[in-house]
Design a protein around this ligand. Structure first.
Ligand SMILES: [Fe+2]
Ligand SMILES: [Fe+2]
Length: 228
């Protein structure tokens, strides 16, 4: 089986690139003398030059912003404008947590079995995936805490809570295929989860998207192993 050097991955979440000023910029059609003073006196523009922008009330009304921040202060990072059903999001995150834990356990088992049957390169890949699935579990558990929930690590019912299945396997090709199936399940569920979160919870969505990107990478690596 061919040996490929494993490139160390960068797990940084997708950083949002700062856009340049989203404002309307310099209005067209100004007299030269007006334009020279634009930076100092933007309010000197005629009404016709201004583009109408609807800003959210929380960006224009500081007293409202301060009042909202004090309301339900015990909710920590979750402010009253959080638009989703928090318990629903925590429940979905706990299902994702169960999925990551089951995937960790499956990859761990497959690592040891593959090692015994001399599939050393495949075993190394399984071991690396196990580490990465566990890191995903930690990210998800951390977010559940931030949302005011409790991560569910109870082994009772873990397989039922998980989207992906635990598959034992003794044959190298079977293990690779079943791991690929599990990755594809994770990909589908994370993509749907990210869409559901949308703009209502960008922090959780970005985390899910970063995990999704790695599950796609895992799926690609397993596909390569199947073809080797
Ligand atoms: Fe994962
Ligand atoms: Fe994965």
């Amino acid at each position: 089986m061919k040996q490929k050097p494993r490139v160390k991955r960068d797990h940084k979440q997708n950083g949002l690139k700062h856009r340049s000023d989203a404002g309307p910029g310099k209005a067209k059609g100004h007299h030269e003398s007006d334009a020279n003073h634009d930076h100092a006196k933007p309010i000197g523009r005629s009404k016709a030059d201004k583009k109408h922008v609807d800003l959210p009330a929380l960006l224009t009304d500081k007293s409202l912003l301060r009042k909202m921040a004090r309301k339900e202060v015990n909710s920590g990072a979750i402010t009253p404008d959080y638009k989703l059903d928090k318990d629903l999001v925590i429940g979905l995150l706990n299902e994702s947590l169960a999925t990551e834990l089951v995937c960790t356990l499956r990859y761990k088992r497959h690592y040891y079995v593959a090692n015994r049957i001399k599939g050393r390169y495949v075993a190394a890949e399984f071991a690396q995936h196990a580490i990465e699935e566990l890191a995903h579990a930690d990210l998800i558990a951390e977010r559940i805490m931030q949302l005011g929930g409790t991560p569910d690590f109870n082994p009772v019912g873990l397989a039922e809570r998980s989207h992906a299945e635990y598959f034992e396997g003794t044959d190298l090709q079977d293990m690779i295929r079943e791991n690929l199936v599990a990755e594809r399940i994770a990909i589908e569920s994370y993509r749907a989860f990210a869409q559901f979160l949308g703009e209502a919870d960008p922090t959780t969505r970005r985390m899910i998207e970063s995990i999704l990107a790695m599950e796609e990478e895992h799926a690609n690596e397993l596909t390569d192993l199947m073809e080797d």
